[in-house]
Design a protein around this ligand. Structure first.
Ligand code: NAP
Length: 262
């Protein structure tokens, strides 16, 4: 297809994308942008009404969208979810891992089960879903692309909240991304990550509402003078998934309004 025709259809036309955590927040904004750029999109989430959210996305974008309930920590559930997506939309060749949880407790008071849960969802979950797409693409000899949502917390220690488990999980996601990028480059599968700064979603809204002095501190340390929105993150993810980023591998793109520079 010529580049003008491709542009007209959208940079992601013909792609089938899975977005974990796509039911709300950053994942949902990403799913919306991918559909707007021509991809058919599956939302893989724990949100009970994920099917209805996907139907609405399909209506608003004109793309085929589907919602599948699955826990990213459950390898069998992920395999079944990918089978469902393949039946409904065709075999996926794009993946965004946005499912994640945060935890703010002092390290010396954190229940080991809580620490493990954060690592299990944010890091192991990301690996398990990458693994599922990777093994399907390698077996089929097909190319694809993956973007994992890491965090600026994989680069810096956030203040003032204590979140050692979260920070460690996100540093792990960035290194996992680089490792998979190198292993799968010979198979034509590109893996990158995007590292957001503070973005207003349900995850951060609780803090903004309950502890305004905490979010005021975030704001003071953000040179651009505002917190991010999910729409600040989504276009970069779409770019990294697309062929426009054909030579970009293992990159962790920080999008933080300048927070980590100063
Ligand atoms: P959010 O609004 O809380 O959304 C997270 C989504 O992930 C929810 O739909 C949630 O479903 C889903 N999820 C959680 N655990 C899951 C599991 N085990 N299996 C499947 N789905 C699961 O969070 P967000 O702020 O959009 O964050 C999205 C990603 O960006 C996360 O990885 C987060 O760490 C990262 N991030 C966020 C910020 C920020 O400032 N917001 C900054 C840097 C990085 P349920 O609600 O049904 O559990």
């Amino acid at each position: 297809m010529g580049s003008a025709a491709q542009e007209a259809r959208g940079a992601l036309a013909g792609r089938v994308a899975v977005v974990t955590g796509g039911g709300r927040g950053i994942g949902h904004a990403i799913a919306t942008t991918l559909a707007q750029q021509g991809a058919d999109v599956a939302l893989l989430d724990l949100l009970p009404d994920v099917a209805a959210v996907a139907d609405q996305l399909g209506e608003s974008t004109g793309r085929r969208c589907t919602g599948v309930l699955a826990d990213v920590t459950d390898a069998d559930a992920i395999a079944a979810a990918f089978d469902t997506v393949a039946d409904r939309l065709g075999e996926p060749d794009a993946l965004v891992n946005a499912a994640g949880i945060a935890n703010n407790t002092p390290a010396h008071e954190t229940d080991p089960a809580v620490f493990r849960r954060v690592i299990d969802i944010n890091l192991t979950g990301t690996y398990l879903v990458c693994r599922e797409l990777g093994r399907r693409l390698v077996a089929a000899g097909r190319p694809g692309s993956i973007v994992n949502i890491s965090s600026m917390s994989g680069h810096i220690v956030n203040l003032p909240q204590p979140q050692a488990a979260y920070n460690a999980s996100k540093a792990g996601v960035a290194m996992l991304t680089k490792s998979l990028a190198i292993e799968w480059a010979p198979h034509g599968i590109r893996v990158n990550s995007v590292a957001p700064g503070y973005v207003v979603t349900d995850m951060t809204r609780q803090v903004i509402e309950a502890q305004p002095e905490r979010s005021a501190q975030w704001l003071r340390r953000t040179p651009i003078g505002r917190l991010g929105t999910p729409d600040d993150i989504a276009p970069a993810v779409a770019f990294l998934l697309s062929d426009a980023a054909a030579f970009v591998l293992g990159h962790d793109l920080v999008i933080d309004g300048g927070y980590t520079i100063v």
